[in-house]
Design a protein around this ligand. Structure first.
Ligand code: MCA
Length: 327
């Protein structure tokens, strides 16, 4: 439950922080059923009274062709990776641009560096969630202060802290659970009071589920996630949901769904499936069946059939081993 107050406070902060100004033109090529395209991008342009060059789907070549008319672009890392593959992406094509922003998934340092080399622009990486809208951002000025591999500084009015598993604050530079507070933080999950209560601390900070550190100079770095989540091309995929569908298929005893590094989507969904005794399973057939049941972006890019899943002494599936094996 996001209130108008949540959204407005964030839109106003971002308008100032990212220097929205007269004459700005936004290239909008993101889906508008997510916070990134709907609130961060569209609200910024609307609040500023800016024109948008609107794409109903992302096409790297078409977007690059319109950059000379624009000043601001926002994308998930996959969009940057695909634009880098376009020969038309040159310094000249980006001459009128003042700001490239990336979010929703980790931006690889290779992409950050390649973009700077090719276009002369430094991508500004920021961090947020649907529950909180935007939380941190790399500095707007000077451009040289933007640090690849970090998500920047807490936005004005937003509190960010790092606690250990017992709930005690950690000193600068130490890795722990990222918690946040501010006028942008949602009111809770719709009709889920218990889940809502679980996701807030007793002093009412929201537990993001992300794991990271805050350096002595305030820069936040995300190093992982405590929640079992895959981010593929900027979309969240919950393994338990896919495992639930796979486990219902005939002949399946159990399954584990993991994320592995992928050059285009950042992470790709992979399913590892164990047949019931006596059953024979075919990975391709499982993939074809899943296609009828779940959204495209959640589909495993590969399905492996194995005799058993690796488990620790507690009986828990060791997804870290599966991720290593299938990377
Ligand atoms: C498409 N496919 C995908 C994805 N997208 N597979 C995995 N992950 C994906 N993200 C599938 C297609 O169904 C197709 O499968 C195959 O991959 C190739 O499709 P392609 O045509 O290349 O894909 P596309 O239609 O060009 O889409 C790629 C995309 C899109 C443009 C990167 O995924 C996208 O718009 N992502 C942005 C998501 C976003 O806005 N996230 C923000 C939420 P097949 O060939 O088998 O049919 S996060 C957020 O809001 C937070 C708060 C934040 O901080 O921003």
């Amino acid at each position: 439950m996001l209130t108008h107050g949540n959204l407005l406070s964030n839109a106003r902060v971002l308008k100032d922080f990212w220097g929205w100004r007269n004459g700005d033109v936004l290239v909008h090529a993101l889906p508008i059923f997510h916070v990134h395209g709907l609130f961060v991008a569209a609200h910024g342009a609307l609040l500023n009274g800016s024109r948008m060059i609107w794409f109903n789907r992302f096409d790297a070549r078409a977007v690059v062709a319109r950059l000379p008319e624009a000043t601001v672009f926002m994308g998930v890392p996959t969009l940057y990776v695909r634009m880098l593959a376009e020969p038309g992406l040159t310094r000249g094509a980006c001459k009128s641009m003042r700001l490239f922003i990336s979010g929703s998934a980790p931006l690889l340092i290779e992409t950050f560096n390649a973009w700077r080399e090719r276009t002369g622009h430094t991508i500004l990486e920021r961090y947020g969630m649907s529950e909180t809208v935007m939380l941190t951002s790399n500095p707007y000025r000077p451009e040289s202060a933007r640090r690849g591999g970090t998500v920047g500084l807490p936005l004005p009015g937003v509190g960010v802290r790092v606690h250990d598993d017992k709930g005690s604050p950690l000193p600068a530079g130490e890795v722990g659970n990222i918690q946040v507070k501010g006028p942008n933080v949602f009111k809770g999950y719709w009709r889920m009071p218990e889940k809502t209560a679980d996701e807030f601390t007793t002093d009412l900070w929201f537990k993001t589920g992300d794991v990271g550190r805050i350096d002595a100079d305030g820069f936040v770095t995300i190093v992982g996630r405590s929640k079992d989540l895959i981010i593929s091309g900027g979309y969240n995929v919950y393994p338990a949901e896919i495992e639930g569908v796979v486990n219902e298929l005939p002949g399946v005893a159990e399954s584990a769904v993991i994320g592995v590094p992928h050059p285009d989507f950042g992470e790709a969904v992979v399913a590892v499936v164990v047949p019931r005794p006596g059953a024979t399973l075919d990975g391709a057939a499982i993939a074809a069946q899943l296609r009828k049941q779940i959204a495209n972006f959640k589909l495993p890019k590969q399905v492996f059939v194995v005799p058993e899943l690796p488990r620790n002494s507690m009986g828990k599936v060791q997804k870290n081993l599966l991720r290593e094996e299938h990377r």
